[in-house]
Ligand binder design. Structure first.
Ligand code: PLP
Length: 461
């Protein structure tokens, strides 16, 4: 019913309102990127033509969501919109308790603070920047237990988000289960290129967690996209709807953190969910300190209404099929141009393999950062670095972390750009790829202490 639908993935919506875009000249862009310290995060959005920096908070809301915004109940406590939002989380994700937060990291902060003790270890299927930082700030150490294939951009394995059960077991056995507050499972794995985890793997992780009495925290930022990949590629799920698969994934975990700015189609918002009453009680206390009362968590009533509606829209098969269809359309065009991209194609963006595109730029000269700047110069397309800059420094030695992957992410906002925009992007990447031999690297001239990729500045070599 759902798998291998041969019809085109055309969008299940039509356009009712438009926002103009403006082109810049190469002369303008030379100035803008230099002023931005060769960091695409420091560009002004008005100077960007097609913005593929992130899929976070950049999606287009539906007319239903905008209508919901008008129904905002802006009471300080007990807003009606909170109860709609709570019901949506319970219906579509199945978690018992939910606390809204201003975005995903607000939830990560609270949960890390509650569950992690100093000296703990937190295994996860690859790190995410804010997730790991909150684990570290709470006194924990992140340990990567993702399968090796995830670190190999050429491996075509379909479920590169899977956890390596041996690595997980070895960690638990060597540190002791009491030092592992939880296993962090992300759907999909952002830093691996938007790669999904299989339900079979998650079930095995659940079994192991039960043997040792360890909880599972679900980073469910892109759970609907992960569910779609399971529907398409995992045996036994071809006849299940995305909504059913999403419920099954959530049912295998104990707690969740969500950035609703991704899957759930809102411009701001997130939440923490849990099935455990004691964690809920503690979180509803801490949220007052850092975000706001537990019935608004830093959000307006209207934001919670938009989130409730967005959650329902995000698990519809037609929506998710067109969303990932567009991402894969761009990816296929780049493959046709022979541009090295992370395989298999992920769900929220296409990841250019900067190590293979710029083999003459050493990792100390930031090949992915360089490539992102070159792409902006060529066409005004904004992308972002996911490589050594994002990986930061080792807490103890102060040295760079050297990730195997040195990627440029072309992240596609949901329901925002057309197929013609994807063509423009593909042609620009091709042009940069053809001129790659002339490209030199960068040196860092300003380095912030935390999450340096957001604000670091560079100079051309
Ligand atoms: C974006 C993201 C987060 C953090 O969410 P914010 O809303 O940006 O704070 C956490 N985990 C993953 C996998 C993400 O992509």
């Amino acid at each position: 019913m759902y798998k291998n639908n041969k019809r085109s993935w055309a969008e299940p919506f039509k356009i009712k309102m438009v926002e103009p875009l403006f082109m810049t000249t190469i002369k303008d862009r030379l100035r803008y990127i230099e002023e931005a310290g060769y960091n695409t995060f420091l560009l002004r959005s008005k100077d960007v033509y097609i913005d593929l920096l992130t899929d976070s908070g950049t999606s287009a809301m539906s007319d239903r969501q905008w209508a919901g915004m008008m129904l905002g109940d802006e009471a300080y406590a007990g807003s009606e919109n909170f109860y709609h939002f709570e019901a949506a989380v319970q219906k579509f994700y199945g978690y018992k308790h939910v606390i809204p937060t201003h975005q995903g990291r607000g939830a990560e902060h609270l949960l890390s603070r509650i569950l992690i003790k100093k000296g703990d270890f937190i295994p996860g299927n690859m790190y995410f920047t804010t997730t790991r930082l909150h684990q570290e700030l709470a006194g924990g150490t992140f340990v990567d237990v993702i399968i090796d294939e995830a670190h190999d951009p050429e491996s075509e394995f379909k479920f590169k988000g899977n956890i390596d059960l041996q690595k997980l077991k070895d960690l638990i056995e060597s540190k002791g289960a009491d030092k592992i507050p939880y296993i962090c499972v992300a759907t999909t794995v952002n830093m691996a290129g938007g790669q999904p985890i299989s339900l079979q793997n998650l079930k095995e992780v659940r079994q192991m967690a039960d043997v040792y009495g360890i909880d599972i925290v679900h980073d469910m930022t892109r759970v609907a996209e992960n569910a779609y990949m399971i529907q398409q590629h995992e045996t036994g799920y071809e006849k299940k709807s995305v909504a059913e698969i999403v419920r099954e994934i959530c049912s295998l975990t104990d707690h969740a953190t969500m950035s609703a700015k991704k899957d759930a189609l809102v411009n701001i918002g997130g939440f923490l969910a849990t099935n455990k009453d004691d964690v809920y009680t503690e979180a509803s206390n801490w949220v007052v300190v850092y975000e706001g009362l537990h019935t608004y968590g830093g959000l307006a009533g209207r934001d919670m209404e938009a989130m409730a509606i967005g959650i329902a829209e995000s698990v519809q098969d037609d929506h998710i099929r067109a969303r990932i269809g567009q991402v894969h359309y761009l990816g296929q065009r780049l493959i046709d141009f022979n541009v090295p991209v992370v395989m298999p194609l992920g769900t929220h963006g296409i990841f250019l393999d900067a190590k293979r595109i710029l083999p003459h730029v050493s990792q100390e000269n930031y090949p992915a950062q360089t490539l992102a700047a070159e792409l902006y110069l060529d066409s005004g397309v904004r992308s972002m670095e996911r490589g050594i800059v994002s990986a930061g420094r080792n807490e103890v030695t102060g040295k760079h972390n050297y990730p195997k992957l040195e990627l440029v992410r072309l992240t596609i906002p949901r329901r925002v750009y057309t197929q013609a925009h994807m063509d423009v992007v593909a042609e620009s990447v091709q042009a940069v790829y053809e001129n790659r031999a002339a490209v030199k690297g960068l040196e860092m001239v300003y380095e912030p202490k935390y999450l340096r990729f957001f604000q670091a500045r560079f100079r051309k070599l």
